[in-house]
Design a protein around this ligand. Structure first.
Ligand code: RB5
Length: 150
């Protein structure tokens, strides 16, 4: 069964909790890394926890939620092998998988409603990476990660 981790800060906690229930009901193995209440916390801590798990292969993919999704995406994309996409519509969710093979989906909890967020999750889950010319482009991103002189 596919392993998926999910995490949020306080601003994304309510949407994150909704998505945990939604994805569990869809037969996936979900690891909820918090936040578990509305105490103010720092999004880089949660992004780093999840992104490390994706980077090392401990989980297959991840979902991050903060207020806008911006901070979580910036932090998660610092990790090798992590391709985090901030998504607010269904078309981009599909493209993020088909063209970018995004392994972390980021949603803004203060921006995107629960219904749309569920559709975004479905579109991303159901899409397949197309490979080919898109793989060549991802290889160029990996080369940037490998280039310590940049
Ligand atoms: C928290 O107030 C907010 O800054 C955070 O959730 C996120 O939107 C940052 O990008």
């Amino acid at each position: 069964m596919e392993k998926i981790a999910i995490a949020s800060d306080h601003a994304g906690r309510e949407l994150k909790d909704d998505l945990v229930g939604f994805m569990k009901g869809d037969g996936k193995e979900i690891q909820d890394l918090g936040a578990y209440d509305d105490t103010s916390v720092d999004y880089p801590d949660f992004a780093a926890h999840l992104a490390k798990m994706v980077s090392t292969g401990e989980v297959d993919r991840g979902v991050l939620v903060c207020g806008t999704g911006v901070g979580m995406s910036i932090a998660a994309n610092k990790f090798r092998n992590v391709r985090a996409a901030l998504v607010g519509d269904v078309f981009t969710a599909r493209m993020a998988k088909e063209h970018n093979n995004a392994n972390v989906l980021v949603i803004g909890g203060r921006v995107t409603g629960k219904g749309l967020a569920r559709e975004i999750i479905n579109a991303w889950h159901n899409a397949e990476f197309e490979g080919g010319r898109h793989q060549k482009r991802l290889d160029k991103i990996t080369a940037i990660e490998d280039d310590w002189s940049k």
